[in-house]
Design a protein around this ligand. Structure first.
Ligand code: SAM
Length: 361
């Protein structure tokens, strides 16, 4: 939107997703970023070469006291990472500091014992240790290059007044920071149900930045989480007959039924909010795939259409898209419903997806 000289507003409930989006849309002076890079390079080099433990002690003090950091990071990696974290925290300019915090966030998975190819929290005790300083500096270098490209595509007026043209907030999609009828177009890729704990997507930086105290509490706020529990769920009209059919297919599984109801209730509230902020004739593009759990189909795309039509949208277009194989999510085992390695599984979690273009009428 910003590159096309349009006002943009973005939200995500995850603090790290918010920080990444903020950093990647905030135009920053490249010379300033490069200057800071050299300072960081020199500092990290001196920490590596010095036997002085004082800085390490100071650095370890700002790392949140959370046993899950020790669960994911070996002591040596934790020490090195704490020195990088400390050096970044010392940067005065808040936008530049956030830029390098994102670089730090993005190396955490590789620097930890999180199974590299997995998006699920699985430990790999035999994972090869990487040089964290090199990981960080290379990541920062790549980000500076990308940022230079972004800057070159933005209009000068947008560069100088970014906060006038861009609203970005860490918030719930059911409470958007926009007035009624203010929006022409919405794009979203919502969470799925019975599929994935989205809180885990940025679990490691959430730990380091102190956003995550207990995992259960942290997961609850995410739509689609199995940890969510709305108290009035049975009295809510979910505005879809397909949901009732789907629930009937899960007859013995009370936990799944609750999960599914919570999810579609949250999504319905998001659709109502979309309708509120859209202009008449405004459109929402929603990327979603159908999925299966233990051989039971979950027709997300059809259900979303039904719910949205029932609250005052019409189907403007539906684009059907095959997901390129390298982007495929994990496959799942038909008997247990668990995610598993591609070779041993027989069902794809969501091999094709739809882009629902819904118009407010
Ligand atoms: C399928 S991911 C899409 C992420 C990102 N938009 C993208 O396309 O890469 C779903 C996102 O929904 C976010 N989410 C979950 N519950 C939310 C809520 N209540 N309000 C706003 N975002 C939420 C998750 O944090 C996650 O980032």
């Amino acid at each position: 939107s910003l590159i096309n000289k349009r006002l943009a507003c973005g939200t995500d409930i995850n603090e790290i997703a918010y920080l990444i989006s903020k950093v990647k849309t905030t135009p920053l002076n490249i010379e300033l970023l490069k200057k800071e890079y050299i300072l960081l390079y020199d500092k990290l080099k001196s920490y590596r070469e010095s036997a002085d433990n004082n800085v390490l002690m100071k650095a370890m003090k700002i790392v949140p006291d959370n046993e899950r950091i020790d669960y994911w990071f070996k002591p040596k990696q934790k020490e090195e990472l704490s020195l990088i974290f400390y050096s970044v925290y010392e940067i005065d300019n808040p936008d530049v500091r956030d830029f390098y915090l994102v670089a730090f966030a993005q190396i955490l998975k590789t620097a930890s014992i999180w199974l590299q190819k997995s998006i699920k929290p699985t430990r790999d005790m035999k994972k090869k240790e990487q040089d964290t300083y090199i990981l960080f500096l290379n990541q920062a270098k790549r980000m500076i290059k990308r940022h230079e490209i972004y800057n070159s595509m933005l209009d000068k007026n947008f560069i100088n007044n970014i906060n006038k043209y861009r609203k970005i907030k860490c918030s719930d999609s059911r409470f958007m920071p926009l007035r009624d009828g203010e929006t022409d177009f919405i794009v979203t890729s919502p969470p799925y149900v019975t599929s994935y704990e989205y809180a885990d997507l940025h679990q490691l930086p959430s730990l380091w930045f102190g956003y995550l105290n207990t995992l259960t509490k942290f997961r609850e706020k995410f739509i689609g989480s199995s940890y969510k529990n709305r108290c009035n769920i049975d009295s809510i009209d979910l505005k879809s007959d397909i949901i009732i059919q789907t629930i009937n297919n899960f007859s013995n599984n009370k936990k799944k039924i609750r999960e599914i109801k919570n999810y579609y209730a949250d999504m319905l509230e998001s659709f109502i909010e979309m309708k509120r902020i859209l202009k008449l004739g405004g459109k929402a593009a929603i990327v979603i795939g159908n999925t299966q759990f233990k051989n039971i189909d979950i027709f997300n795309a059809e259900i979303f259409c039904e719910q949205m039509v029932n609250i005052g949208f019409r189907i403007f277009d539906i684009i059907h898209r095959e997901i390129p194989s390298k982007m495929l999510p994990s496959t799942r085992d038909a008997a247990t419903g668990r995610f598993s390695k591609a070779l041993s599984a027989d069902k794809l979690a969501y091999p094709t997806e739809y882009i629902l273009i819904m118009e407010k009428i």
